[in-house]
Design a protein around this ligand. Structure first.
Ligand code: HEC
Ligand code: HEC
Ligand code: HEC
Length: 476
């Protein structure tokens, strides 16, 4: 996908260059070509492709990816320069309004599944370069995507006016003069371009990122949990070295610490692995100086567990067989080994000293078992089968089996204080616990009716009281 896209932009850039060299506008053309190329790099860093391309061979930026939100699926649109199906009619100003304020050209409001709350910080130069790239570096695709239809009342896009008034800080990034250039560069990359906070910051009842103190302190993304990545050494990434953070962002794996699956694997695959090393280092340096959230003593989530030493030890019971071991032995041990230590070459990681098993919540362990790992970096696939998905694997595990194997892994190799029930797995299999807004949706319509009836009663009583008073006054 990327290769094709790079091919197009390279061909286009070459075309622009050739045309420029022939004419008198050689310098202008070279400047345009440079801008388009810069826009292409920004499109990678902002990861527009991840959402705006249908999975499994969709045409680049032609849309059609239905992003599962707790309120329903929101379809990412076609943003190729097609005049009939894409954004070919957008002017630079239209484009800026869409990307930074969440407004479509026809004036309708976009849902914040499009991360304009982060992109709002993008500079004028960078939005202009992105625009040049989307108009001249991307091949138009004349195919419309299905329209998003959320259930009432979320289908009323105008409601986003109120939401934006509350939660959209329509401001560009301002460097902090008290910080180094590198920290500021990292902050701009993390906040405006790579929008780390859209996943790593907890959300409030109205699904907006929490302001202030909670920044980057961890948030749910469907069944996954994007952990605390503030500088706190226990709860965050304070005990990671800069080099480890850079390696994680570039490859999605650091031996003895963590692997990236789910949405983080997508961010690594489509975006972060392609960033230049100094940009990744700037992000790492920036993370290491964020205000720590969490505090207190304890073991960091990569610090738990050790290899099992004997068969009795790893079987989990002297007599009989631990239910979790039964699943582990059949479904996990061939890759992660009987003692949980993984393979020597680290292709199959150890399950101890692993943030997915040492965290204080089981989400990423259970989500990995349900959805597996499928991350291609530098042309190489890192793959673990999805045990929750009957279509892709014959060994589909039940909720109880996943709970059993999770408890086995947590007790032996991870954080033994964390326990998983079949009910927990059912919730995560269904996409994670729905946020407040989705939970109260069934109550919104009856709630509105109750409020209306109450208002009506109030008005009637007022009118009656008034007319009684009126008739009293008229009494002689
Ligand atoms: C996390 C997913 C995500 C990412 C990343 C993302 N978008 Fe979007 N975008 C969406 C969704 C979803 C919509 C449709 C929202 C709606 O219908 O309310 C959308 C809508 C748009 C629109 C409005 C198009 C129209 O007329 O319908 C534009 C323009 C756009 N995106 C541009 C971009 C650009 C440029 C980038 C990269 C800088 C980007 N998007 C990155 C999810 C994303
Ligand atoms: C689309 C959502 C999403 C975005 C965007 C995202 N992350 Fe993540 N991140 C996650 C999830 C989910 C995990 C857990 C992955 C796992 O354990 O398999 C994670 C894991 C991590 C980890 C490992 C933490 C640990 O203890 O295992 C680091 C470090 C990290 N992300 C940094 C970043 C940075 C920096 C950015 C922005 C440049 C970013 N992430 C953007 C979702 C996201
Ligand atoms: C076919 C080989 C294979 C099997 C079978 C397998 N895994 Fe994995 N597992 C992997 C690979 C590969 C990775 C990711 C390595 C990487 O990212 O570099 C992984 C990663 C993980 C992780 C870390 C994920 C994260 O997000 O940090 C956990 C936890 C895990 N596996 C648990 C299990 C459990 C439990 C089972 C059995 C139910 C299992 N695995 C079965 C190959 C396998």
């Amino acid at each position: 996908m990327r290769v094709r896209r790079t091919g197009w932009s390279a061909a286009l850039v070459a075309g622009v260059l050739v045309a420029g060299a022939m004419g008198a506008r050689a310098q202008d053309a070279a400047a345009d070509a440079a801008r388009i190329e810069a826009g292409g790099r920004l499109a990678v860093a902002t990861d527009c492709l991840a959402c705006h391309t249908a999975p499994k061979g969709g045409k680049p930026f032609a849309g059609g990816y239905a992003i599962a939100s707790p309120l329903g699926d929101i379809v990412a649109t076609n943003i190729t320069p097609s005049k009939s199906a894409g954004i070919g009619d957008y002017t630079l100003e239209d484009f800026r309004r869409a990307v930074r304020q969440g407004l479509r050209k026809d004036g309708a409001h976009l849902y914040p599944a499009m991360p304009y709350t982060a992109y709002t910080q993008l500079s004028d130069d960078d939005t202009a370069a992105l625009y040049a790239y989307f108009m001249h570096g991307v091949a138009p695709v004349d195919e419309k995507v299905p329209a998003t239809s959320l259930p009432f009342p979320f289908n009323i896009r105008l409601s986003m006016v109120a939401w934006n008034a509350l939660f959209l800080k329509d401001e560009r990034f301002v460097p902090d003069p008290s910080k180094t250039d590198e920290v500021n560069r990292g902050a701009y990359l993390a906040q405006a371009l790579a929008h780390c906070s859209t996943c790593h910051t907890p959300r409030n009842a109205l699904m907006a990122e929490q302001d202030g103190k909670g920044f980057l302190s961890g948030g749910s993304v469907g069944p996954w949990f994007a952990p605390n990545i503030t500088s706190d050494p226990v709860h965050g990434i304070g005990a990671w070295t800069e080099a480890e953070l850079v390696q994680y962002l570039r490859t999605g794996r650091v031996t003895g610490k963590a692997q990236a699956a789910g949405p983080m694997a997508e961010a690594v695959e489509h975006s972060l692995q392609h960033l230049p090393e100094p940009d990744l280092k700037a992000i790492a340096v920036y993370l290491k100086q964020t205000p720590p959230v969490g505090g207190g003593e304890g073991t960091p989530r990569f610090g738990f567990g050790a290899a099992s030493k004997s068969e009795v030890d790893w079987r989990g019971a002297k007599e009989g067989v631990d239910a979790g071991w039964r699943v582990f032995s059949g479904s996990c041990a061939q890759c992660h080994q009987e003692n949980g230590g993984g393979t020597g070459n680290r292709e199959y990681p150890s399950l101890f000293h692993n943030t997915a098993t040492g965290a204080d919540r089981p989400d990423n362990l259970v989500a990995t078992i349900l959805h597996g790992v499928d991350r291609t970096v530098a042309g190489r696939a890192h793959f673990m089968p999805a045990f929750g998905d009957a279509a892709s694997y014959t060994d589909r595990l039940t909720d109880q089996e996943i709970a059993d194997v999770s408890n086995y892994v947590l007790g032996r190799y991870g954080n033994p204080a964390v326990k998983v029930s079949a009910g927990d797995v059912r919730v995560l299999r269904a996409g994670g616990s729905p946020p407040f807004l989705a939970q109260v949706r069934p109550l919104i319509v009856p709630g509105l009716v109750v409020v209306l009836v109450a208002l009506l009663c109030l008005v009637i009583r007022r009118v009656r009281a008034k007319s009684r008073r009126g008739s009293l006054e008229f009494r002689p």
